[in-house]
Design a protein around this ligand. Structure first.
Ligand code: MG
Length: 248
C-alpha cells in the first residue's frame, strides 16, 4: 500500500549515507587493523632445514658451536652429516640459553647392543640440568621414568614413540626455564614431541635437576648438553629458537 505521507528527499539521502557507512565500516575496520603491529615473518625453510630465525648448533659439518665435557675440544666423531657420541664425555654448547624451542634429530646405533639402560643411551639436557632421555626403546624395556623421552628420573613419556635403531628420530622441545621472582624460584615447563607425537605435555620444572646432571642448581641460562653414555648415538640437525626474543 502506498504511504499516505510523501517521502522527504533529505530523509532519503540521510538513509542512504547511513547504509553506506554500515556497509563500508567492516572494510574500514579491517584496513585499520591491518596497520596494527604484525608478528615477525619467519621463513620456515624446507623440510629437514632450520627456520630463518634459528640458531643452528650443528649442521652436519663441524662442532665449532660446542666444547668438550672432559676435554676443551669435543671428542665426538663427525661422519655422513652427523655427530656421534664418542668417549670421553659429552658436548656442551658454547652459548647458554634460557627459554627455547629446540629441534634435535638422533639415531640409536645399529646393530643394537645391550639391554635396558645400556642400549642406545644418550640424552638431551636442557640448560645442562634437565635430561630428556635418549634411549633405544624399540623392543627394549626399562623403568618408565628412565625410558626414551622421559624427563630422566622424574617423569615418564605419555607414550613410547620410538622408531627402530638406525632410523632418524626427532625431538621437538619447548622449554621455559625456571625463573626467580622476589627471591623465589617459579617453575618453568617443558613440552616434548617425539617423532611428532606429544610425549611430555607442559610439565612443570623447578630447580631439581636430573640425577647426575653435569650442572645443578638455579640458573637463568645454561648450555645445551648432549650426553655420552658409552653408546655411539648419532645426532644431526640441531637447532633452536630463543623464545621471547625479537626475530632476527
Ligand atoms: Mg641418558
Amino acid at each position: 500500500m502506498k504511504s499516505p505521507f510523501p517521502r522527504h528527499p533529505a530523509a532519503s539521502a540521510s538513509k542512504l549515507r547511513m547504509m553506506a557507512v554500515i556497509c563500508l565500516l567492516p572494510f574500514a575496520v579491517t584496513a585499520l587493523r591491518a596497520e596494527e603491529p604484525q608478528p615477525p615473518v619467519v621463513d620456515p625453510g624446507q623440510p629437514g632445514g632450520a627456520p630463518s630465525d634459528a640458531i643452528v648448533l650443528f649442521d652436519g659439518k663441524d662442532l665449532s658451536k660446542f666444547r668438550g665435557e672432559r676435554k676443551p675440544e669435543p671428542t665426538w666423531k663427525i661422519a655422513d652429516g652427523a655427530m656421534e657420541s664418542t668417549p670421553p664425555g659429552g658436548v656442551f654448547s658454547k652459548e647458554e640459553f634460557g627459554d627455547i624451542q629446540l629441534h634435535v634429530e638422533w639415531a640409536a646405533p645399529t646393530v643394537p647392543k645391550g639391554e635396558g639402560q645400556g642400549r642406545g643411551n644418550s640424552g638431551v639436557y636442557l640448560m645442562g640440568r634437565y635430561e630428556i632421555q635418549v634411549l633405544d626403546c624399540f623392543n627394549n624395556k626399562t623403568y618408565p621414568n628412565g625410558q626414551c623421552g622421559a624427563f630422566y628420573g622424574h617423569n615418564p613419556p605419555l607414550v613410547n614413540a620410538c622408531r627402530k635403531p638406525g632410523d632418524w628420530q626427532v625431538y621437538d622441545i619447548i622449554f621455559h626455564a625456571p625463573k626467580k621472582v622476589d627471591g623465589k624460584v617459579v617453575a618453568g615447563s617443558y613440552t616434548v614431541l617425539h617423532n611428532g607425537i606429544l610425549i611430555q605435555d607442559h610439565i612443570p620444572v623447578g630447580e631439581k635437576s636430573t640425577t647426575a646432571a653435569p650442572l645443578n642448581g638455579f640458573a637463568e641460562t645454561g648450555p645445551l648438553y648432549l650426553q655420552d653414555h658409552g653408546n655411539p648415538v648419532r645426532f644431526r640437525n640441531v637447532w633452536l629458537r630463543k623464545l621471547n626474543a625479537p626475530a632476527k
